[in-house]
Design a protein around this ligand. Structure first.
Ligand code: WTA
Length: 637
């Protein structure tokens, strides 16, 4: 039953867009693509050689031109970015200023030998220069690959090695909760034996002392002598725009590769439909640029629409737990896009903080990254949106480029159900299927699949077409498998139920269990490790690890700390386990598969009965025996 309380929209009632999309999906996407600026129009809307899709083939386009020049021509003084630093410093950049800075930086990159198709790694804090770096790469056809500034040296090394970036852009430091993260030192450590890296371009931000070598160049020094004009490279629609590494079920992160024309079309359209962006809006997306949300809905989406957006450097609850609400109130934010993890944290702080700030400017609220609990949804609706703002729960992935399931209040008003991302956006076809690919009955749990190619979809995995095929396209023939469980209810609303594979979502961050396990095993004391996730009231999922030590090594509290720090150092602080157990042996099936669900049940204190049916390959006796052994040897401290 629909809850009439949530029949709230923005007054838009465009039924044509959805019906056009249903009539002819490809023609529909062509109509959307025509809204962008093309140097030359495409000759073929879609070349579909499953599983490889090439959109708007023959078309010539540039992402930075669409993100900057288009608005500069109409409204050069429109504010593009209003930035606030953690220490309260403020900066504003108009579209004209942003374009000039991007051009100067693009000229710097050229002077450093960066050419079309070269990769540039970007490892910066949330400062406007991060957006400039993406757009400068895009301007000259270089492929940007951003690494979240919370990742460690080892994570950077793996990514830089895989992408073979010849230039890395970083800064002297990043500010986080009053501390300085030594980004440059981390990069130095990461690339100490990667001789293909020719230059590190260093932004001065925190002004702390850093070591510079001949290879290192100072951003401000190089930019100072550069022209603020740099013609945007005329690129093929299918030219790669960026690589973004994300975790999967194997130990190694995957380099998701996105193209230009199709990707931009998807982002341009969904940004308008979902957020109903208007000229007067002040948009605030709290994501970090290190994640796909930052790429699609901070960098490209808002800028292509000439929107004004807020960018905040620090943690949303620092220096005060009301920081986010102070920002909303100070800048009269109209659209707020954040994560369920952040909302659960704000909710815990109580209603007093949002209630004592003026949130009346808000017109639309969004969430992304994890399933949102209905009670959190209702809190967001009532306490933040004051029951007047629709909530857009947007489901998508790094691989999908942009949102695939979400309410679209920019087009239509439909009743919202707390906890459901509602329906696919126009032009996207989905289904919920069983193990054999057959559509399940309404209200039954199954796997979500995308049944048609869509413009934002990844081109491939960087340098690994085979892996691309295996990961996403082999479970079912010619349909995309995202790896999420879902339910479609009787009204056609989709409820996302979390990952169906060994991928965790910790505070919205995607982490692979295999990646975590291999990080544990890279420590000299560890023989074997198994990791699983259990529900956590704020972070969504918490990381639980079971570690088998090598012969002769004793379990101590100190070793436990050392291993936790080892994970911080190998992957990054976000991957530090919440609980770590030493065990003598990992429970495995006869074929050697770790009984991960048993570990999960163990950590959650669930009875064996509940799990006995879940391990496909093991008998109930086997599981009982494994559990008994595990309980006996578990060293909890
Ligand atoms: C999960 C983030 C439920 C999902 C944009 C997906 C969600 C993974 C939602 C991708 C949502 C994302 N409701 N689950 N609204 N949005 N997810 O690549 O499991 O970091 O497969 O992209 O996040 O995570 P990624």
């Amino acid at each position: 039953m629909l809850d009439s309380t949530y029949e709230i929209g923005l007054g838009n009632n465009d039924l044509k867009t959805r019906s056009d999309a249903a009539r002819d999906g490809i023609k529909f996407w062509e109509t959307q693509a025509a809204k962008l600026y093309w140097f030359e129009k495409w000759h073929t809307a879609l070349e579909w050689n499953p599983p490889f899709a090439r959109w708007f083939v023959g078309g010539k386009i540039n992402a930075s031109y669409n993100a900057l020049d288009v608005t500069v021509k109409k409204n050069p003084n429109k504010k593009a970015i209003i930035w606030e630093g953690e220490d309260g410093t403020k900066r504003e950049l108009t579209y004209q200023e942003l374009l000039s800075e991007v051009c100067k930086l693009a000229n710097v990159l050229k002077s450093l030998g960066v050419k079309k198709g070269d990769r540039v790694t970007v490892y910066l804090p949330m400062v406007p220069e991060l957006i400039m770096s993406l757009l400068a790469c895009a301007r000259i056809g270089a492929i940007h690959t951003v690494i979240f500034s919370g990742f460690s040296a080892k994570s950077i090394k793996d990514r830089v090695e895989d992408s073979k970036s010849k230039v890395i852009i970083t800064s002297d430091g990043g500010k986080r909760r009053g501390n300085i993260i030594q980004l440059k030192d981390i990069v130095d450590e990461a690339i100490s034996d990667l001789d293909f890296v020719e230059h590190i371009l260093v932004l001065e931000h925190t002004k702390n002392n850093i070591a510079m070598t001949k290879r290192d160049k100072k951003w401000h020094e190089l930019v100072a002598s550069m022209s603020p004009i740099c013609n945007a490279e005329v690129l093929d629609s299918t030219h790669p725009l960026y690589i973004l590494y994300t975790s999967g079920t194997t130990g190694k992160p995957k380099g998701v590769l996105h193209g230009t024309g199709g990707y931009l079309t998807h982002i341009y359209s969904t940004f308008k439909w979902i957020f109903d962006i208007r000229d007067s809006d002040v948009y605030f997306c709290t994501a970090d640029m290190g994640w796909v949300t930052g790429h699609s809905y901070i960098a490209y989406g808002p800028l292509m629409h000439g929107a004004t957006q807020i960018m905040y450097e620090g943690a949303l609850d620092y220096p005060t737990p009301a920081k986010i609400w102070e920002i909303v109130s100070r800048y009269k934010v109209t659209i707020l896009y954040t994560t369920p993890t952040a909302l659960r944290m704000f909710m815990k702080f109580g209603d007093e903080l949002p209630n004592s700030n003026d949130l009346s400017s808000l017109k639309l609220l969004g969430t992304v990254g994890e399933p949102i609990n209905p009670q959190v949804w209702k809190w967001y609706f009532k306490i933040i949106g004051k029951e007047k703002c629709p909530i857009v729960d947007t489901w998508w992935q790094t691989e999908t480029g942009g949102a695939l399931i979400s309410p679209v209040p920019g087009l239509e008003t439909i009743p919202l159900k707390p906890g459901s991302a509602t329906r696919p956006v126009p032009g996207v076809s989905l289904s919920v299927v069983d193990e054999h690919g057959k559509e399940v009955k309404p209200d039954s749990k199954g796997y979500l699949v995308v049944t048609n190619p869509w413009p934002g979809m990844l081109l491939t995995l960087w340098g690994d077409d085979e892996k691309y095929k295996t990961v996403y396209w082999t479970k079912y023939k010619n349909v995309y498998y995202p790896g999420d469980y879902a339910i479609k209810d009787k009204d056609g609303y989709i409820w996302m139920l979390g990952r169906a594979d060994d991928v965790l979502k910790v505070a919205g961050h995607r982490l692979g269990t295999a990646e975590l396990e291999s990080a544990f095993v890279s420590h000299k004391a560890v023989a074997e490790a198994a990791v699983c996730g259990i529900p956590h009231e704020v972070k969504g999922e918490a990381i639980i690890s079971f570690v088998v030590l090598k012969e002769g090594i004793t379990t101590t509290m100190q070793l436990k700390e050392e291993l936790t720090n080892h994970i911080r150092k190998t992957i990054g602080p976000i991957a530090a386990p919440d609980q770590l157990y030493f065990v003598k042996k990992l429970p495995k099936t006869r074929s050697g598969k770790i009984m991960r669900r048993l570990l999960k049940a163990m950590a959650k204190n669930e009875p064996i009965g509940d799990i006995s049916t879940l391990e496909d390959e093991a008998s109930v006796d086997e599981i009982k025996a494994a559990l008994a052994e595990l309980q006996q040897t578990l060293d909890k401290f």
